[in-house]
Each structure stands twice: as structure tokens, then as C-alpha cells.
Ligand binder design. Structure first.
Ligand SMILES: [Zn+2]
Ligand SMILES: [Zn+2]
Length: 386
């Protein structure tokens, strides 16, 4: 069975919602207008229950099927945008300077709303669907906050599914893998403190720049020497700032900021310890002191094997062929918190050729809407077969 016909009829409506959301982006937990839009739409569809303010500004909707089954599945979309200046030139481009739906969460929210309307109309399933609209995917941990607020227990969710668009795959096609699909993402700040002085008299100073340079080089031994060559870990120092801005001063201190990503929680924990040890000992070797601030972020996004099969079966029903075993990606996603709480799967829907997510020229492809909506609906109808 291909795209559900109802979504072909609804395509222009859902596109209009998507473009409205695109024009009115909101950041992090501050998604009040978006959450209100979602709430109003769900109410107009006649869903059975709506709860707002879960995980600060998340929205939860409930649709009951026809039978008496107590099976419950969760479907999740993210609502937040990014602090990027939009450069698409679209007639429905962001109306808010410096904020942009550059990750396609406008599309995800619109597609889950479309699926909600269809499921509320047809109720061709036996059990309960919980619609999850989360804030703050882009770094705020909105998914974590919703889980902390009791999302899974309060609504008795037994399995949970999410979707993200992906440029580079043909529009409306599906791609997935069992096991780790996306990496963990942690952040560190290392301040290497020495003793400032005249650049001509290094023997009277303690140069934190030299120590910091050795720290950066040594951090690369985590991937090359500490991790099993067959596992994956990335340590990137993205920022490096000396307290001196001139050539003839040895600064008092130098600060670096970096990210650590892994596809395995043990490797992740190992890397955290090594960052701490390498920074401390290397700085000390050069007479400096390293102050390490390590912030544990999103976990590895792990697709449960069985639920990946269910996600593939639904995708096949919608699109035919599915890319079933794509390589993992070292980006991160806070749907990981939901997958840590319940088994489930996260699938990618193709967004065609065009700019990558987080690029100022990126745009969600509205032609992916019927496929995305159909997948959400299909997984419900397959997993909660009436
Ligand atoms: Zn993003
Ligand atoms: Zn995203």
C-alpha cells in the first residue's frame, strides 16, 4: 500500500501549516505560539485528550482507537527552531530575525499533526496513540524534560517512534538502521592556567598556549589509541581562545571548548575520563593547571532491533524500498532520552537535494509530507491492528 490517499487530499492544508510554522520560528523551550498552534489543531481534530506544559512547553495528545486493547504507542515530533539568520529568500521565510526553522522541525510538527487528523478521523486501530510534541531538541534536552515529567508512565506508553528529515536522500524515501543510529554528544571547556609575561622572556613565564597545544594533540590519542579501532569516537576542539590577543604577550590562561561524540555508552564514559586525565596531566607537565568543565549531554540514539523491523515494515508499506542499514551519523538527537525510557525506533525521511540541516539555505521539502504522515499512520495501524 503506497501513500494513504487521505494525505494526498490533506497535502495542501498540511503544507500551509508547515509554512505558517516556518514563518514563525521559536527557540528552545520558548515555543509558546507553536505549542498553542499544535493544541488548537489537535482540538479541532477532536482528539480525546490534550495536555500542555509537559517538559515545560511540550504538548501531549491522546487518540483512542476502536477496540478495547490497552496497547499504547507514542509518536514524537520536535517543535523548536535554530538561532540562524535565514537566507532562503522564500515568500514564507522567517518573520523573526535571527531565528529559523533550519532543521525541519516545522515539517516534523506539521506531519505529526497531519497524522493526528487522519487517526482521529479514521480510528482504524485498536489501542491508544499518544502524540508527543516536544520543545528544545536543539540543545535544551526537551525530550529529557518530558520524560522527567512522567511522559512514559503517565500515558502508559509501551513503544515510541520518531522521524527526522534528511537532505541527501530522495524526497519521501526512508532510511534507518538497528542499534546506534546517532551519537552521544557531550561538551567540555578546558581552561589552562599558566603565568603571564613578556614574550621575549618565556623563562620568566609559564606559557599556557604551549600546554594547551599539547593538550589538543594528546586529546586525539583518545580516538587513535584508547578506543577500539572498530568503534567510533570523535573528539573535536572547536574553540581556542588565549587571554592574550597580541604577539608579544604570553597570556595568563588559554581556554578551549570541544565536543565528544560516541556510538557506545562505554566508549563515551571512557572518553570522558580520558579528557579529564589528559588535560590535567598534560597541563601539569608544562607547569600549568587545567580546569576542566565536562557537561554530559544527549545519549546515544539506539534503535531497538524489533522496533526497527516494525518501522521498516511501515516504511515499506508507504514507499516500497527502504534503506535498512545506513551507517550511523555522529550528530545527536534528544529523542535518545525517549528511546532510553522505552523501546522504539527513529527513522529518517528523505528531503531531497538541497542544503543540509542547520544551513541558512536549508528548507524542509513539502513533497515529503504525504510519505511522512503515511508512515506515522501506518505504524499505528500495523502495531495496533484493529
Ligand atoms: Zn537540528
Ligand atoms: Zn532536528
Amino acid at each position: 500500500m503506497p501513500i494513504k490517499n487521505r494525505f494526498a487530499e490533506m497535502h495542501s492544508d498540511i503544507t500551509a501549516w508547515r509554512r505558517h510554522l516556518h514563518a514563525h520560528p521559536e527557540l528552545m523551550f520558548d515555543v509558546h505560539e507553536t505549542a498553542k498552534f499544535v493544541e488548537d489543531k489537535l482540538r479541532s481534530f477532536g482528539v480525546d485528550e490534550i495536555t500542555t506544559g509537559i517538559g515545560k512547553t511540550g504538548v501531549v495528545g491522546v487518540i483512542k482507537g476502536r477496540g478495547t486493547s490497552d496497547r499504547v504507542i507514542g509518536l514524537r515530533a520536535d517543535m523548536d527552531a535554530l538561532p540562524i539568520i535565514e537566507a532562503t529568500g522564500l515568500d514564507y521565510a522567517s518573520t523573526v530575525p535571527g531565528k529559523m526553522h533550519a532543521c525541519g522541525h516545522d515539517g516534523h510538527t506539521a506531519m505529526l499533526l497531519g497524522a493526528a487528523q487522519y487517526l482521529a478521523e479514521t480510528r482504524n486501530f485498536d489501542g491508544t496513540v499518544v502524540l508527543i510534541f516536544q520543545p528544545a531538541e536543539e540543545g535544551g534536552g526537551g525530550g529529557r524534560e518530558m520524560v522527567k515529567d512522567g511522559l512514559m508512565d503517565r500515558w502508559n506508553i509501551q513503544e515510541v517512534y520518531g522521524m527526522h528529515n534528511m537532505p541527501g536522500f530522495p524526497t519521501g524515501t526512508f532510511a534507518i538502521r538497528p542499534g546506534p543510529l546517532l551519537a552521544s554528544a557531550d561538551e567540555f571547556t578546558i581552561r589552562v592556567v599558566g603565568k603571564g609575561g613578556h614574550a621575549a622572556n618565556p623563562h620568566e613565564a609559564i606559557d599556557p598556549n604551549l600546554a594547551a597545544a599539547h593538550v589538543i594533540v594528546a586529546l586525539q590519542s583518545i580516538a587513535s589509541r584508547n578506543a577500539n579501532p572498530l568503534s567510533s569516537v570523535v573528539v573535536t576542539v572547536g574553540a581556542l581562545h588565549s587571554d592574550s590577543h597580541v604577539s608579544n604577550v604570553i597570556p595568563q590562561a588559554t581556554t578551549m571548548k570541544g565536543t565528544v561524540r560516541a556510538l557506545d555508552e562505554d566508549v563515551r564514559a571512557m572518553a570522558q575520563k580520558r579528557v579529564q586525565d589528559i588535560a590535567t596531566a598534560t597541563a601539569q607537565a608544562y607547569g600549568c593547571v587545567a580546569e576542566v568543565d565536562y557537561v554530559v549531554g544527549y545519549p546515544v540514539t539506539v534503535n531497538a532491533a524489533e522496533n526497527t523491523e516494525y518501522a521498516i515494515a511501515a516504511a515499506r508499506a508507504v514507499a516500497g524500498d527502504v534503506a535498512e542499514n545506513i551507517p550511523p551519523v555522529m550528530a545527536a538527537e534528544d529523542f535518545a532520552f525517549m528511546l532510553n525510557a522505552r523501546p522504539g525506533a527513529y527513522i529518517l525521511v528523505g528531503n531531497g537535494d538541497g542544503a543540509m540541516v542547520h544551513h541558512p539555505e536549508y528548507n524542509f521539502d513539502d513533497e515529503a509530507i504525504p510519505a511522512g504522515c503515511s508512515w506515522f499512520a501506518e505504524i499505528v495501524e500495523q502495531r495496533l491492528r484493529a
